[in-house]
Write a new protein. Structure first.
Length: 116
């Protein structure tokens, strides 16, 4: 089982970025997929999730209205579209597979740095 996150980088405040997480070795279309993030010195924070089936989405309060989680079951990939990025969005972003609050599989993380 592998979750490969990509798409992170260094951007300016107000910019957009799209993260991708490609999954392999699991039944992707039966799993809730999520994004979490962890900033230096802080606890891991829930960002967004998308359920299998009808694809119900949930977002952390700090990203509501700015981030969108999307899944493509044909590509076994989940995306996180991040708009209007802020310096406080700087963190390592992790994708995860499995039921919340404790997904069973985690990706390796991708760094997002937002400069003011």
């Amino acid at each position: 089982v592998q979750l490969q996150a990509s798409g992170g980088g260094l951007v300016l405040a107000g910019d957009s970025l799209r993260l991708s997480c490609a999954a392999s070795g699991l039944t992707f279309n039966t799993l809730t997929m999520s994004w979490f993030r962890q900033a230096p010195g802080k606890e891991r924070e829930f960002v967004a999730s998308i359920a299998w089936g009808r694809g119900r989405t949930n977002y952390g309060d700090s990203v509501k209205g700015r981030f969108t989680i999307i899944r493509d079951n044909a590509k076994n990939t989940v995306y996180l579209q991040m708009n209007d990025l802020k310096p406080e969005d700087t963190a390592v972003y992790y994708c995860a597979a499995g039921a919340l609050p404790s997904p069973v599989k985690w990706g390796q993380g991708t760094q997002v740095t937002v400069s003011s």
